[in-house]
Design a protein around this ligand. Structure first.
Ligand SMILES: Cc1cc2nc3c(=O)[nH]c(=O)nc-3n(C[C@H](O)[C@H](O)[C@H](O)COP(=O)(O)O)c2cc1C
Length: 329
């Protein structure tokens, strides 16, 4: 089955249009986003911007694999373990956006999680461009309260996957003493593994070198970035957030097929699917922004099976799972 990006990229275009209106580009937006854990009082939130975000969220109903996504916002405190800090009493906590997927018997949970990662990251990036701080939270929140806030009719099968605070966050220069210490402890999260450990050509022993790309990638893209367009796409993917900053995504460019195959190399049975969904969105948005025409091939049962890679004598990294491919046009 081939997935035509025109169904979904309309909502990616909303992000890109907003970015362009503010004289920026997608790669700059990717670098603007960090997990923000220290917030000012809720009453500093610009309600016009929040309304724009709420309207945008109402469009994020389906992911590329067809799973229904449900997003609701609340002004109640949701975090646990004081991971998210704010000034004042509980009424001044940031807003929280709660994300769930409808349980769909036709699609296994892992597919739903990829769709969720893809759609919730749209919310995160749109909020970032509106000037809000956000932080993906997969574990540190009150599930029962999140469940109440979703206000779904009883009996509708669904699963809450992650939530995020949305509010006006502090700059590092505005952190208090303890916040500076906490931030230092989290400083590992501000880094990424190098490109050559993520992107490969034809097999996993051959890193992709953007300064000497294979012929199929030597294309004149419309360059809006301050770097080469290929570099901007790879970099926009590399700076995707991932749970515990695990960065388990691996991408193999297959020269003959002119496609990028996306894998994760992780034993996690939950977060790796959300993480690759987030990466999927970064890749697609960057490909649109920098002009690498293509479409998703999301059929992982036929040609792109593990056996297929074995037949090609491609040795997969440990705990490697194939997810989908971007076929260049
Ligand atoms: C699916 C997912 C779940 C996450 N869950 C949590 C969480 O429960 N608590 C937390 O503090 N950060 C959480 N994070 C944030 C990651 O730790 C963070 O994205 C990563 O360290 C990279 O840092 P950055 O977002 O600043 O680039 C999560 C991120 C993702 C993608």
């Amino acid at each position: 089955m081939q997935f035509n990006i025109t169904h979904y990229h309309i909502y990616i275009m909303d992000i890109i249009d907003l970015v362009h209106k503010q004289k920026s580009d997608f790669n700059e937006l990717v670098h603007k986003r960090h997990s923000e854990r220290f917030y000012f009082q809720k009453n500093k939130v610009n309600m016009d911007a929040k309304k724009l975000l709420d309207d945008y969220c109402s469009t994020l109903t389906l992911g590329p694999f067809g799973t229904k996504t449900i997003i609701a916002s609340t002004d109640q405190y949701m975090g646990t373990f004081k991971v998210i800090q704010y000034e004042g009493d509980k009424t001044q906590c940031p807003y929280y956006y709660i994300g769930a997927i409808a349980s769909n018997l036709a699609n296994p949970l892992k597919i739903g999680l990829i769709d969720f990662g893809y759609n919730f990251e749209k919310l995160i990036l749109f909020a970032t461009q509106l000037g809000f701080g956000t932080c993906w939270l997969g574990g540190t929140y009150h599930t029962a309260e999140a469940e109440n806030c979703l206000k779904l009719e009883k009996g509708i099968p669904h699963k809450i996957v992650c939530i995020s605070p949305v509010g006006v966050c502090k700059k590092p220069s505005e952190y208090g003493f303890l916040q500076k210490i906490l931030n230092k402890m989290l400083s590992g999260a501000h880094s990424r593994i190098p490109l050559h450990k993520i992107f490969f050509v034809n097999d996993f022993n051959n890193p992709l070198r953007p300064d000497h790309p294979p012929d199929a990638l030597k294309i004149q893209y419309s360059i809006k970035a301050k770097q080469s367009a290929l570099m901007a796409i790879l970099d926009s993917f590399r700076w995707s957030p991932s749970a515990s900053n695990s960065q388990s995504w691996r991408v193999l460019f297959m020269e003959k097929e002119k496609c990028f195959a996306f894998f994760t190399s992780s034993s996690s049975s939950f977060y790796k699917f959300i993480d690759i969904g987030i990466g999927m969105l970064h890749w697609e948005a960057a490909a649109i922004e920098y002009g690498m025409k293509g479409h998703w091939d999301i059929d992982n049962t036929l040609k792109w099976s593990t056996q297929y890679f074995k037949d090609l004598k491609i040795k997969l990294p440990s705990f490697c799972t194939y997810h989908f491919a971007w076929v260049m046009e």
